[in-house]
Structure formats: structure tokens, C-alpha cells
Ligand binder design. Sequence first.
Ligand SMILES: [Zn+2]
Length: 396
Amino acid sequence: MRRSYKFLMRPTAHQQAALAACLDDHRALYNAALEERREAYRRSRVSIRYGDQSAQLKAIRAGDPDHARWSFSSQQATLRRLDKAFRAFFDRVKAGRTPGFPRFKGRDWFDTVEWPKDGDGCRWDSQPEHPTTTYVRLQGVGHVRVHRHRPVRGRVKTISVKREGSRWYVILSCDDVPAEILPATGAVVGVDMGVASFLTTSDGEQVGNPRHLAAVAGELAAAQQDLARKKRGSKRRRKAVARVAALHGKVRRQRLDSAHKSALMLVADYDVIAHEALQVTNMTKRAAPKPDGAGGFMPNRAAAKSGLNKSILDAGWGVFLTILSHKAESAGRELIAVNPANTSRTCARCGHCAKENRATQAEFRCRACGHAAHADVNAAINILRAGLALREAAAA
Ligand SMILES: [Zn+2]
């Protein structure tokens, strides 16, 4: 199994400056390599390859010790990242679309440096003689203290450093992480995901919608307005950007935390978990404005849709399902994705399917047999039933 771990780093002031320089220099490398590729493409439609740029980098490093301050491998990883952006660009061109050219990265759009191999320009747990403190050694930065809040299992493969606002994180990607199989409980469950309640189980349990974004929405809106009023390139603008980023970070952390808790609860209690197969990206796509033929745009309920976008994104179903699938795999639990069509309008008792069964948003009342239930619980039972049917069909 593969798994990643994210830990807060506690760099000294000196190390913080080195980390910022490391990020800046990798960004400069990315932008310079991009410039070279753009020019070659613009002038003669020639595409420069990763291999060419990597060889050039090697020559540059040999001639200039300043460039050799950082790990060659992490610089190569940055060039590979650019290569990936170009591949995606050319794939879209080939597909007949008109994609935007890969862009130069401004300071706020480049936040990660990757070391592709532990031991090559970086070392996890670099001071093993310290039993109580964990360090990561990064070339050009030193041994940085890490707040390792949980044990790391498996073999560390890649090490990344990420800046989020004023915080620095180290992200480990590990291979061969052993599974921790949980004892069987003999219980199965269906899970309905909604906007009013984040989760409802077929046993009637509900987890409220973690509307973190709603809670900090006011703060965030004010911070964004404040940012819009600042002059480009000013010191105050930089501060306002940091404030907005910090609020987004807060939302992200809280969302992850509640997704972990909900997933843990399900995985601890049930052997088989059936959930809706959601296509979050489709549901949250921004509504495209319609031209009105006079150079303007007609209202198209984009505002209403973006409100829904917000609550869907807020609910973080995608984040939750990703975490749930990792935990289920690790614990040896079975996860079944079910097509959600009709699960909310079908009677869980008699199977009668009609739009009218849904009396209100919260209440289900069957027009055929009179069965009344909480609408989300009714849906969760249908999801469980559909999941078990899929499972039986697969076993047959
Ligand atoms: Zn019925």
C-alpha cells in the first residue's frame, strides 16, 4: 500500500529564510525553463524536451556553485513538473482544443519543492539518535525539526516541502505501508451524502454538515474585499494575500479533520460500506455564461449555481471519499460505490419509485404503501441494498 503523511515543520528563523530561498530558486528555474520552451515554440515551433533541459542544468551547476546549493534531483523534479504541464498542453492541442500556454509562476503560485528519493539531497529522520524529536535534512537548509504527530509506516519514497501561508510542511510519500486489518463486526451500512446532513447512515445515524467555510465565510469575504482594494505589488497587498491564504488553510485543515473522524467511525463499525458514486467535479462545475448577442451576458442562474458549488465544495465529499477509501483499504473493509439514480425517490419498504414520494426535502412518504421515513435514511437503505446486490452479482 502507498500512503502519504503530512507534518508541520518547525524551522528556525535561519532555516525559514533558507526554505524561502529554496522555493524561490526552484520557481526561478521553473520560469527560466518555461521561458526557453516558450521562445523555442514561438520562433520555430520546436519543442524542447526534459532531457535537454536536465543536461543543460547539469552544465550550469558545474559552472556556478550558486546553482549547486540545492539538490540536483529536486531541481530535476521541478523541470519534470514543467514537462508534465507541457505534455498536458500538447495533449489538449492534439484533442483539438485551444488550451492556454503553461504559465509563469508568481510567488503565490509555486509552493512545493519535491525530492524524488529519500537519501538523495534529503533525509527523513536525519538525527535518529534523538529519540523524542524528528528531523528532516534538506540540502541547503539543514536538519529541520518536524512535528511528527503520528508514526510513519512503510518505506519513505519521496519527500516534499510545501509552504501554506506562513507555515511549512513536509510531505512523505511511503511505499509498502502495512495494512492494519480490523476485526470483523458482521455489520453492513449504506451511506447517503447530502447538503443538509453531511452523512446519513442506513442505521439512522447523522453527521452534520461541517460547514467550516460557512463559519469563516464572512471572514474570508472581508479578507478578499480587503485584498481587492490593495495596490498591486504593495507590502499591504502581500499581507492581505497571506491573510486570505491562512483562512483557506484553516478551512482545509478542519475539513480534513472531520473527514478523518467520519471515515474512522464507519470503518470501525462496519465490514461493508455502500456509498453513492459521486462525480463531484461535474456537480461543481461553474455555470458558463451565455452571450446575449449584444456583447453582454444573460443571467443564467450562475450566481445560484455558484452558491450550490460553495456548499458542495464546503461539504468536501470528494475529500471524505478519498480518505474513506484509504482507511477502508488499510483496515480490510469493503467499499462499494453505487449509482445514486433513484435512491432518493424509491420506497425502501415496497420498492415503489416516484418523484411524489418525496414529500419535502426531509420527509419521505410512499404514495403506494404509505411508508414514512426520514428521506436521507430511506435513501441510505436503498444505497445499502443496491450495494449488497452489486456484491452478490459480483460473487455469482
Ligand atoms: Zn412503499
